[in-house]
Design a protein around this ligand. Structure first.
Ligand code: PRT
Ligand code: ZN
Length: 285
C-alpha cells in the first residue's frame, strides 16, 4: 500500500509547529520523542526528521514525497519541487542591512560592496535582476558579525523582530523576500501518493482555515439588521433567527481573524449586543 513520507525539520524553529499541524490534521505519530523516523497510526504516512537545509533535495530525489521548510530554504536550494501550500507560521523576512551609521539611498549604493550571507542564490538573483554587481561572500553562520569584523560592508540575512540587527549595530535597508513555512512536493508522485497528498492537504487546509477564522454570535436590532449582515457576510450568508424579544434578531456567522477587530468595532456602532466570539476547531471549506 502507498504511503506518504514527510520530511520535517529535526530540531529548530519549524519543528514543533509542523508536528502540531500534523496532529491537528488527525495524524498522531507513534513515538512522542523525535527519533529519525516515526510512523503515523491513523494515516498511511511516516515522518523523517532532517536538517531544514537538506529537505528540498530529499524531496526532489523522492526520498520523501513532501516536506515542510521555510520558503527561504525552498528559494535558496532552487530544487525541482513544487510549493503546494503556505502554512502561515515561522514568518520572517530576508533583508539587506548595513552599519547603522552608513548612508544609503538605493540599491545602486551596493555596487562594488561586499555582502555577507548564507543565502547567496536568493541574493544574487535579486541583485542580478536589478543590474547591481556586488561581491557576495558566503558565510554559514554569524553573518551579522561580518561588518563589525571588517569582512563585509553589508549583510543579507533573516530578520524577524529586528533585534539581532540592532544589537549588532546594523540597520535594514532593503527587504528582499518574505518567508513562511511551506509544504513542498516531489514532482513525480505516483497516483496513490497524489491521492494521499490531496487528502492530507484537505485536512491541513481545514485546520488553517479554522485557525484564521472565528465563529461569531450576536444580537442585532432589526432596524440595522441588513447593515450588520453586510459587515459579516459569513461563509455563504449569516444565519438569522428572531429573538423572543420583539425587534431583535440573533445573527450567527464566521469572521476572518484579519478583519476581526475592525468588524467588531463596526458591529458595536450598529448597535449589536451580546457579541460572542468562539474559536473554530475545524473548518471544511
Ligand atoms: O539545524 P537546521 O539547519 O535544521 O536549522 P537552522 O538553524 O538552519 O534553522 P532555524 O531552526 O533557525 O530556522 C528554520 C527556519 O525558520 C528558517 O529557515 C526561517 O524560514 C524560519 N525563521 C523564522 C527564522 C527566524 N524566524 C529567525 N528569526 N530563522 C532564523 N532566524 C534567526 C536569524 O538567522 C537571525 O539570526 O534569528 C535571527 C533574527 O531574529 P530577530 O528576531 O533578532 O530579527
Ligand atoms: Zn538549516
Amino acid at each position: 500500500m502507498e504511503k506518504l513520507r514527510v520530511a520535517i525539520q529535526k530540531s529548530g524553529r519549524l519543528s514543533d509547529k509542523s508536528l502540531e499541524l500534523l496532529k491537528e490534521a488527525g495524524i498522531s505519530l507513534n513515538n512522542g520523542s523525535r527519533k529519525l523516523r516515526s510512523v503515523a497510526q491513523s494515516f498511511p504516512l511516516e515522518v523523517i526528521y532532517l536538517r531544514d537545509d537538506d529537505i528540498p533535495q530529499y524531496v526532489e530525489d523522492g526520498v520523501a514525497q513532501i516536506g515542510i521548510v521555510g520558503e527561504n530554504e525552498y528559494a535558496e536550494k532552487n530544487c525541482a519541487v513544487d510549493l503546494v501550500e503556505r502554512l502561515g507560521y515561522s514568518r520572517c523576512r530576508l533583508s539587506i542591512a548595513i552599519p547603522k551609521g552608513g548612508s544609503y539611498d538605493n540599491l545602486k549604493d551596493l555596487n562594488g560592496k561586499r555582502i555577507a550571507t548564507s543565502y547567496p542564490v536568493i541574493l544574487e538573483k535579486y541583485l542580478g535582476e536589478r543590474g547591481i554587481k556586488s561581491d557576495v561572500h558566503v558565510l554559514s553562520g554569524s553573518v551579522e558579525l561580518a561588518p563589525s569584523i571588517g569582512i563585509a560592508d553589508a549583510i543579507f540575512d533573516i530578520v524577524s523582530s529586528g533585534s539581532t540587527l540592532i544589537s549588532n549595530g546594523l540597520k535594514e535597508v532593503e527587504t528582499v523576500m518574505h518567508s513562511e513555512a511551506v509544504i513542498i512536493s516531489n514532482r513525480n508522485l505516483k497516483e496513490g501518493e497524489k491521492a494521499l497528498l490531496a487528502d492530507l492537504l484537505f485536512r491541513i487546509r481545514s485546520v488553517l482555515a479554522a485557525s484564521n477564522n472565528k465563529y461569531i454570535l450576536l444580537n442585532a436590532p432589526n432596524h440595522n439588521l441588513q447593515k450588520i449582515i453586510d459587515v459579516i457576510p459569513g461563509m455563504k450568508s449569516p444565519t438569522i433567527m428572531p429573538l423572543a424579544q420583539e425587534g431583535w434578531s440573533s445573527v450567527h456567522s464566521v469572521l476572518s481573524e484579519k478583519t476581526f477587530w475592525a468588524v467588531i468595532g463596526q458591529l458595536r456602532e450598529l448597535g449589536a449586543q451580546g457579541i460572542l466570539v468562539i474559536p473554530i476547531e475545524k473548518m471544511i471549506v
